[in-house]
Every structure is written in C-alpha cells, then in structure tokens.
Design a protein around this ligand. Structure first.
Ligand SMILES: Cc1cc2nc3c(=O)[nH]c(=O)nc-3n(C[C@H](O)[C@H](O)[C@H](O)COP(=O)(O)O)c2cc1C
Length: 496
C-alpha cells in the first residue's frame, strides 16, 4: 500500500527498511568477519559518532547463518523519510486528530464520526495467519539465548545484552499491549533479566499482575521489525494506549500481528520472537552495563527474570542491536524523534509551549529547553511543574524555560537568555526529594534526587519588584534602511 505524503510504501519489516536504506545510500554492508562481542559495538559507535550510515554485518563470527544490522536510526531525516511524512510532528498530529474529534451532534456529524471511526480502524492491529517467523521453531534444548548473536557492548558489562529487544506484555486489567525497549541481560541458555525501570509501562503491568495474584505472566521478545514498530518500543506512549495501535498510527496503517501459543499477539514481521514467561515472585541482579549516560550503571539492581520456552525465527535471520555510551549515539536520534512526534501532544496539554529541545548531549532526560508564549507572572514555573507531572517527562532532571522568540535549538540564544534574564535567587527552582531516572549517576540514592528549573523568560512587574522590564536594544527603521541602501558602498562583502 502506498501511504504518506512522500508516496512511499509502508515498510513491512526490517528487510524492507534495509532495502530502503540501501536505495537512498544510507546502508553499508560489511563482509569481513566481525564479532558481536565488543568488536561490532565499537564499529557501530565509531560510525555513529560520524552520524551514520546504517551497517549490515554479513559475516558474523561465531554465529553462522545470522547477519547483524546496526545504527538503523542513524539520522532523523532518514527515519522521517521511512515513515513517508514531511515532518515527524505530523505523526503526533495524526494521533491527536483521532483522539480529539468532537462528539457527533447532527446527521452530518454522525457521518463524519463514522468516517473517523473508519480512520481509527485503519490503524488498529490486524491479525494475520502465517508469517515467516514460523519458518523455524526451536524448542527444548535447541532454544538457547546463548545461540543468538547478542552483543557485549563494553568490556566491564556483566554479560551479553539484548540492547534493542521489543519486550511484549499484556496489561492484566485493560488487555492492552505494551512493547518496550528494555535491555535484557543473558543469565544462561534459558534465562535473562529484563531491565524495565519502575516508571515504565511493563513494570506497571508486572506490579498489577502480582497484586491480582497472578504467578506468571506471558512475555515475548521481538527482534527486528519495521522502523515504526522499532521506534514504538522506545516511545513514551501514555498508558493505557495500546502500543500496537500507536505503531499503526506511526506506520500510517495497521500493524500485522500473529498469535503465539501462549496467546500473546506479536508483530508478525520481525526477524525472531523469543516466547516465554516471567514468574512474578522471582528477580535477579543485572549489570553492570555501560549506559547512555557514559558510565557503568551504579549499583547493580534486581529485576524480573525472563524464562525462554521457544524461539521462532526466519530462515536467514538478521539480528538488530543498538549501542549506547557517551552521546551522541543512535539513542540520541531516537530521542530527537520522540521530541518531534510528541511536541504536538505536549502542545495539546500546554498550548503555551512553542518549541522544545531535548539536546542530544543532554542524554534525553538530563535537560529540556522549552520556549513558551508567556502570559502571566509565574507562567514559566507553571510549565515546568506541568511537564514534571507528565509521564516520562517527569524523569527530566533540568528544565530551562525561555520566551517564544528564543529558539531553544540555538544554544547561544539560550545562553544569552539564561545569562541576562535570570536572577538566580528568584528564577532558579530546586525541588529536592523527587524521583529520577534510575540511570542518573549523580544522585546519591538510585532513582531519588532533585530537579532544577531555570526561568529564563523576561519578567512581569510582579516578578520584578513592580518595575517594567528593561527595553531591549533595537535599531530604528531609518538607520536600518540607510545602512541597507549603502551596504554595497562600504565594500565589506568583497573578498579581502
Ligand atoms: C537503545 C535503548 C535502550 C533502552 N533501554 C532501556 C532499559 O534498559 N530500561 C528501561 O526502562 N528503558 C530503556 N529504554 C527507554 C525505553 O525504551 C522508553 O522509556 C520506552 O518509553 C519504554 O516503553 P514504555 O513507555 O512502554 O514503558 C531504552 C531506550 C533505547 C532507545
């Protein structure tokens, strides 16, 4: 099916994406033998520090039959093109238009509402009967996590890690699906530890399962998929929206899914699916792991154990892993895509928000710069507190708020606003005793620290001792016109 303004076909799977990358010159094939243990991760990092391209390793040491893809999110424009949209914000708007249709009041409205329902159904997951994933089914002794070409990314890592697994769970209350990218450390042939942090959606389903007396929950881990599905795993989709529905909205059409023996539905066109379960009362230590903060995580923590029962995989499977470390690597591009797609959704809740920048080197949850159309005293702090109350935005350590005419993506403009508009005693907000990203190396207690807000907006008299804010310098129109007209006479544009 042809979809999207760019007239692209919706990509069905990772192979389709690799072909697309090849066509546009963003894929490099590597034929020399290379190992997933430290070597391939280091190559991926070096190439990502050069901003791509994506790589396909065709000769994987120790894992015959497998190929490995990496740096699939090498550039935000490449990802955008793969979705067939002119702007990533259009994806967020697609979601809003589905959610915000006014209720039908008359006949015309009812017809329109019917059309809206039809457009929603266009994005609902669609069950298919067969899929190439069922080409090989490995059970019993043949199913081993150790036989998969899983990376060891840093020398001090506690083991080999799935670094871009799509971990699939079903919410016990709402029956909606979650699909999250949470690293999984291999313990042995049949067990891995899933690092879903306490604030994440699957951790919530796991908690609910325990509370409702369930002893086991079925879990599937998907390797590979089309770019929209891969992205959805890392996207902070508000609970309880179904992640398969969200994937359909990002794809621009329904996500095909297939049913496993456990009854879980999984995306049909991955490269491999690991089927298993979690025993709700069981946890194990995981780590250390060299994370996207640029440090090994401190200290090792306990997380649920995934028990592998069966592996389904294509005959010529392609493994996909991401590599994190000091920025800016692949996860920074994914963070930027989140920033763009979720901007319209944030603006729906906070109409005063004009732009947001989550700088790549701010490791996504370290720093947010937000510009607002300020309308009243205290407005900047209202926005900070609102954002800190919002889903995964609540993990953001520092928020800087600037006026609408400052471009948050121009760091020099932001430095100017912070330097000249801020009186630290009045404009710096430190909130002690807040939850934080568990990976933050700076907090004295893991997951518990503080927040910093900087109000770099111009101040109203109420915020400025009753005085008017100073007038900004600006050239007058006559002088501007005079200098424009005489510009060539000054001889300043000629080569020296
Ligand atoms: C490469 C990569 C690795 C990630 N690893 C983890 C992880 O180990 N644990 C975690 O909680 N979140 C991790 N994340 C972030 C989650 O994928 C993200 O918060 C997502 O929203 C989680 O899904 P959920 O909102 O459905 O819980 C990772 C993201 C990326 C891009």
């Amino acid at each position: 099916m042809v979809c999207g303004v760019l007239g692209l076909k919706t990509l069905r799977d990772m192979r389709g994406y690799l072909e697309f990358l090849d066509e546009i010159g963003w894929l490099k094939r590597i034929t020399v033998e290379a190992s997933p243990i430290l070597e391939i991760p280091e190559v991926l990092r070096r190439i990502m520090y050069r901003r791509g391209p994506a790589l396909l390793f065709e000769n994987v040491k120790g894992f015959p039959g497998w190929r490995i893809a990496g740096n699939l999110f090498c550039h935000i424009d490449v990802f955008r093109k793969s979705l067939g949209v002119e702007r990533l914000e259009d994806v967020g708007r697609r979601l809003i238009s589905l959610a915000l249709s006014p209720p039908p009041m008359g006949v015309v409205d009812k017809i329109r509402a019917f059309k809206d329902m039809m457009s929603l159904s266009r994005y609902l997951p669609k069950k298919v009967g067969s899929t190439p994933i069922f080409e090989n089914i490995l059970e019993g002794d043949k199913a081993s996590l150790n036989n998969l070409p899983v990376f060891k990314t840093w020398p001090g890592d506690g083991g080999r890690y799935f670094t871009y697994p799509l971990v699939i769970t079903r919410d016990p209350d709402k029956e909606t699906y979650n699909m999250g990218v949470y690293r999984v450390m291999i313990l042995d042939d049949r067990r891995g530890v899933i690092h879903w942090q306490i604030h994440k959606r699957s951790a919530e389903s796991y908690r609910k399962a325990g509370e409702s007396g369930l002893e086991r929950i079925p879990v599937a881990i998907l390797i590979g998929g089309d770019p929209a599905t891969l992205f959805t795993g890392a996207a902070p989709v508000p609970y309880p929206m179904d992640k398969y529905l969200f994937a359909g909205i990002v794809r621009g059409e329904s996500l095909p899914v297939v049913e496993l023996g456990s009854g879980l539905m999984v995306p049909a066109y991955g490269e491999a699916v690991l089927e298993g379960y979690i025993d709700v009362s069981e946890t194990a230590y995981e780590g250390p792991f060299g994370d996207h903060m640029g440090y090994y995580d401190k200290p090792m923590d306990k997380y649920p154990i995934f028990h592998l029962e069966c592996i389904y995989m294509r005959s010529d499977p392609i493994y996909y892993g991401s590599v994190v470390g000091k920025p800016a690597l692949e996860d920074a591009v994914i963070g930027k895509a989140v920033e763009r797609i979720f901007l319209p959704i944030i603006q729906m809740m906070f109409p005063e928000v004009v732009e947001i920048n989550l700088p790549e080197h701010g490791v996504f949850q370290g720093l947010a710069i937000v510009s607002i159309k300020k309308r009243y005293p205290g407005h900047a702090k209202k926005v900070m507190m609102g954002l800190w109350g919002l889903g995964q935005f609540s993990l953001t350590k520092m928020i800087v708020v600037v006026d609408h005419d400052i471009n948050p993506h121009d760091i020099n403009q932001v430095i100017w606003a912070v330097s000249v508009n801020v009186d630290p005693q009045r404009d710096v907000l430190i909130i002690p005793g807040t939850h934080t990203d568990a990976l933050d190396p700076a907090t004295p207690i893991q997951g518990y620290g503080s927040k910093l807000g900087i109000d770099a907006t111009r101040k109203y008299p109420e915020e400025y001792g009753g005085k008017e804010w100073p007038r900004e310098v600006e050239v007058d129109e006559d002088t501007k016109r005079l200098v424009d007209e005489k510009w060539s006479l000054y001889g300043l544009d000629q080569g020296s």
